[in-house]
Ligand binder design. Sequence first.
Ligand SMILES: Cc1ncc(COP(=O)(O)O)c(C=O)c1O
Length: 393
Amino acid sequence: MDFAAELERLKEGQLYRTTRVIAGGARPWLWYQGRRYLNLSSSNYLGLSDHPKVVEAAVASLYDEGFNAGGSCLITGHGPAHAALEAAIARHQGTERSLVYAAGYQTNLGVLSALATREAVIFSDALNHASLIDAARLSRARVVVYRHGDPNHLEELLRAEGGDSPRLIVTDGVFSMDGDVAPLADLLALAERYQALLVVDDAHGLGVLGERGAGLAEHFGLLGRIPVAVGTMSKALGVQGGFVAARAQVIDYLINRSRAFIFSSGLVAPVARAALAAVEVVQAEGWRRQRVQALAARLRRGLGAQGWQLQPTAVEGVPIVALVVGEAERALQLMERLREEGIWAAAIRPPTVPPGTSRLRLALMATHEDDAIEWALEVFGRIRSEWAHGEGR
Ligand SMILES: Cc1ncc(COP(=O)(O)O)c(C=O)c1O
């Protein structure tokens, strides 16, 4: 492999990436190289990463239980913290049981590769998250991609494909890079009509949408009806880890067949306790949900009025606003221009999104101040008029 040539190719295409040392990346204001920036890139949507109850739960557990449970969950690693967390998630999701993994990415690998056998067909939304795409590959099932959010196209494909093979329909709930949502009721109806198993990864709806913060399914009145509901604790819960919630038989099957669960150490106990506290805070402090939703709606309306192209969404309160600019170079220019002004917003480029749809992914937090969002809008407005007068070229 010619690493130098490959890296050069990425640089030429404006697709080269680096890590940066950022302090306070989950807070409304972050620090980079001695300067403070308004953070419009964090998935800590409810501001729970440093909530006193979450932090105290982790610290108490650390003293009490230590870090590591000594093995994978089927050996010694499934302790009282894991049992309590799994029970709380199942209650919150309205399912019989749940199973916890060390990361959301790992959850998708573990769930799909176990549920989709080599003979199965996976019907996958065109804009699904990378972890679902990788998971489908790992399963070795045949993958059929349907147009993003399009149940009519999905039905055509379900009719045409699959025969007697087991079928799965797999989708993000809230789409991570677009901020739009899957048409869950339609997908559920199709899954029932065509005897397919519906798997929904609602990493970005959890905590933020629904009366009790259970996510997009709750928002649509479908709580507990999604046969396989995946989520992550690393976004609105402000912690780390992933879960799958389903009926008891599905969970028992995964415990026996999910290699990413069987052959990897589980969450460390302090993280499981912190996540448990976060699930409780999500339900008790509904104001956080209302606040992040209101801020997202405000930002969306303000940017729309300035003439920026935004990905539309059926649910205004989704905490992700995708501002599409087209070419990767343009997205980087806008990111740099915002940085000059003191705003941190991530440019998202291929392969994360399709070519020609590079964008800034803006994310809101309940802990953002109103004034900060108004100031951000003023900055966006100024840049918009610079660009309109050709100064951004
Ligand atoms: C839809 C979706 N699923 C899964 C993941 C992975 O979750 P985690 O960061 O917990 O591995 C992410 C985010 O990174 C995501 O956006």
